[in-house]
Design a protein around this ligand. Sequence first.
Ligand SMILES: [Mg+2]
Length: 482
Amino acid sequence: MPAFEDSDFGVPAAQATQHRDSQATLSIPSDANGTHNAIEVPATRSSISDAQQYMHNLSLSPSMKERRGSRNSFGVSLPIPRSKRQSRLSSVHYPDGKPARPGMPPIQPSRDILAAQVQDLAHETVRAAKDMAFVFDIDGVLVHGDRLIPEGKRVLEILNGDNQLGIKIPHIFLTNGSGKPEEPRVQQLSGILKNPISTDQFIQSHTPMRALSEYYKTVLVVGGEGYKCREVAEQYGFQDIVVPNDIVAWDPTIAPYRVFTEEERATSRPRDFSKTNIEAIMVFSDSRDYATDMQIIMDLLRSEDGRLGTVAKDPVSQRIPIYFSQGDMLCPTEHPIPRMSQGTFRIGLEAMYKAITGADLERVVYGKPELATYKYADEVIASWMEQIHNDEKLPKNIYMIGDNPASDIVGGNMYGWNTCLVRTGVFQGGDNDEENPASFGVFKNVLEAVTTAMKKELGQDFKFEFDEKINPVLHHDVSAVE
Ligand SMILES: [Mg+2]
C-alpha cells in the first residue's frame, strides 16, 4: 500500500518528522465551518522553492539553511475531489459514435450473454480479473501525440472484453498532459485508439485541481492555448476566473513588450483589477507567453493580498498561494530536442522571486509523481469498478504502465503499485532504469506489458481473444463437437 517515505524526497526522516507538524506559511483556507467536499492529501513534495539548487552562483545568507528547515511545509495538503464529483460530468466516447454501456465495446447482445455464461463457469479467474487494474500513462505508451502506437489499440480491445472470459478489466488513464477540458481530450484519444473511453477513466494533470474551486473564489488561471484553460476552470466550478489577457486588456503597460492583437482585446474580459483581490494563482498548462505570464505572476505574488498595483511590505505574510498542475521539466515534442515545460517555467519564477524579494517562494505542485495524484487515481479506479462491475472497491493488483521512470515509475513504486516501463517513449536505457527501476519489469511495448501482467494474475494459458463459437458448458469450440 502507499509507501511514500520522507527519504524518497531527499528529506532526512528526522528532519521531516520534526517539522511535519510545524505551521506551514502556505496554508489552504477553510470556510467558517471548515468543511469541504474534498479530501486533503498531505504534500509529499516540499512546498519550498527548488530554485536554490539551480542558483550555484548566488550566495545564500548564512541563516538560509535554518530558515528552510523552520519553514518546511510538509504540513501543506493538496485537496483532491471525491470521485463522485467527477462522475457528474461523466461521458463516454465511442470511436464510431455508437452508444453502449459505459466502457463496453459495441458488441452483439448475444456475445454479452455468452460471456456471462463463460464467466459463470470460471469463478476463480473472474475474481482475479476483477482484482486487477491497469493505469496507463498516455504519451509514449499508447500514442505519440496524435499518432497511434498500434499495440495501444490492441491492448484496449483486450481490456474491453476481447479475452478468454469476455470480461472487462478495469483500466484508467493518468497523464501529466493539460490544457483543455477532459471531454474533448477523451474524445480525441478515443478516436485515435478506436476504443470507447469515458471521462470517468481519465485524469490529466489539472483534473484533481477541481477540488480547489471550493477554496478560492477569484483566481488567475495561467497557461494553455487561447482561452481553453478558462473553460477548464469554469467546468471545475471556479466562480471568478481571470486570465492574463484580461489584465493586459485593462492595463497594457503591465506587459511592456507584449503585442496585443485586436482579437485578443475583443475576447478578453478587462475590469478594474486595482479593485479586485485575486485569491490564488493556478498554472494549469504551459505558458504561451513567458514574459507576460511571469510578469503578472510576479506582480501578484509581491502584491498585498493579490491586488494588482500594490507591493506588499513583507513579501511573505500577504502573499497569495500559487499552484502548478505538474512539475515536468522537459516535454518531448516533434522538435528533436525536448522542449521546456511547466517545471522549468516554475524554476524560473522561483529564481526571479528569490532574486527580487530574498524569500523562497512556497508553492504546490500537482501531477505525477505527487502522492495526491495517485490517491485521486485510487478514487477513480474504485468508482470505475462500480461502473463496470457494480462493485466499488479498489482492486489489489494495480499495474502502472509508463515510459518515464522519473514520473510514472517513481510515483507508482512509491505508491506500492506494480510498475512496467515500456520502450516506446522517453526510456531508451538498458535492462531497467538505474535510478527508478520498474518493479514488474521493462517491456518492448504496452501489449507485452499487459499480456505478461494478465498471465501472471489469470494463468499462463489465458487467451487474449474471445471465442464467439465457444460452448460454455462443454468448454470448447462448438464446431469441434459436431
Ligand atoms: Mg509518457
